[in-house]
Ligand binder design. Structure first.
Ligand SMILES: NC(=O)c1ccc[n+]([C@@H]2O[C@H](COP(=O)([O-])OP(=O)(O)OC[C@H]3O[C@@H](n4cnc5c(N)ncnc54)[C@H](O)[C@@H]3O)[C@@H](O)[C@H]2O)c1
Length: 352
């Protein structure tokens, strides 16, 4: 089985994807600075796999390092050669992801997300590795009022975070065009990845400010925060709250495996794919569903609309489904149950 280099592999989506890669027999090299994650996520992966009779010895190589530092990336490629486990492909999760922080500190977002990706591509070129799956985001799109977003829709990000993602996509496309017979590149635009692995041993554990709705819901349910703020009650939607496309993190992780297998099997190409369920859920529906499935109460208060928010952000996932043969398997109930299971088993996340 071939080795895969996963940047940011200790993070939320990265750890769930590494788990699947290892389950499928791949060797995984991870580079992570742990700025928003913990090494413990990787230990937990080994525990989950051990329970399934899979030994991860000699299969996971975890390196602490920064994508902003070219040498840290080179060391991983070098190590894979020395171990005779040469890296064939890269899945690039490492980056900063808070929309709010990106507005306050755009420099660090451009530096890490764009600068780090340039370092990665320089190193891939040097080591003749030409296959990459990149974590992009639905934030690249210009919003539409009611209809689902399609990969060919206009992209006009409204914050620096989204700008960095779109810039990386453009840079990757230019890279592909420079040697179209060599590069295999997929940009996966995630919608709202949430939930956790069904074991409850890995899940989302943001270290800084948790901006996203779902981790805040689990924190309110566990009493760590008093209530949820819902931004706007007068959006043009059925209940006046924003509609999003919540997708189970394991479905997102599976999307990476499908995309990678497709890239390797097919001719060199540049792909852009939406990873979403295609189903919209309002903020109130998500809260009500979480309360019902888990028998908990989620107090909320309404606040003003946030600048740059949109009423309806839902994927048209037909392209990903048709070319990858990937179909999101899990329901909103699975999302609510698994996310709560993770929170209950790990009230302090990965910290003891
Ligand atoms: N979670 C979402 O809602 C969402 C949606 C769309 C896109 N994305 C993108 O998917 C990727 C993964 O997201 P996630 O939710 O797992 O986030 P995460 O913060 O849990 O994971 C990112 C990982 O990258 C690491 N990292 C950050 N900067 C680094 C650096 N300079 N060098 C090395 N490692 C670094 C972090 O420590 C973390 O482990 C990110 O690129 C994010 O922008 C996430």
């Amino acid at each position: 089985m071939k080795s895969i280099f996963v940047t940011g592999g200790a993070g939320f989506i990265g750890s769930h994807t590494c788990l699947l890669l290892l389950e499928k027999g791949h060797i995984v090299f991870i580079l992570d600075s742990f700025i928003n994650s913990s090494e413990k996520s990787i230990t937990q992966i080994s525990i989950i796999l051990k329970d399934k009779g899979i030994d991860t010895n000699g299969k996971i190589y975890l390196c602490k390092g920064d994508i902003n530092n070219l040498e840290d990336i080179e060391k991983v490629f070098q190590m894979s050669i020395e171990l005779n486990k040469e890296i064939e492909s890269v899945i690039h999760f490492a980056g900063l992801k808070s929309v709010f922080e990106s507005v306050i500190n755009p420099l660090i977002y451009w530096d890490t997300n764009v600068g780090g990706t340039i370092n990665l591509l320089k190193t891939m070129k040097k080591f003749k590795c030409r296959n990459i799956v990149f974590s992009s985001s639905a934030t690249v799109y210009k919003s539409k009022l009611k209809s689902e977003l399609n990969e060919n829709d206009v992209c006009v990000p409204v914050n620096p975070y989204g700008d960095t993602k779109l810039t990386i996509e453009k840079f990757l496309k230019d890279t592909y065009k420079s040697s179209p017979n060599e590069w295999r590149i997929a940009c996966l635009r995630y919608f709202n990845p949430v939930g956790a692995h069904e074991s409850g041993l890995i899940g989302e554990d943001p270290l800084g400010r948790a901006d996203n709705l779902y981790p805040r819901i689990t924190k309110v349910a566990s009493g760590k925060i008093d209530s949820i703020k819902i931004f706007g009650s007068d959006w043009p939607t059925k209940d006046g709250t924003c509609i999003r496309d919540y997708i189970h993190v394991m479905d997102v992780a599976e999307g990476h495996l499908y995309a990678l297998n497709y890239l390797i099997k097919e001719k060199p190409q540049f792909l852009t794919l939406n990873l979403g369920t295609g189903k919209g859920t309002s903020v109130l529906e998500l809260i009500r569903n979480f309360e019902k499935i888990n028998n908990v109460r989620i107090p909320f208060i309404f606040d003003e609309r946030r600048l740059g928010d949109n009423a309806y952000v839902v994927a048209d996932n037909s392209y990903a489904k048709s070319i990858l043969n990937w179909i999101p398997q899990r329901t909103l109930n699975d999302i609510c149950r698994d996310g709560w299971n993770w929170q209950l088993k790990n009230p302090n996340g990965f910290s003891v």
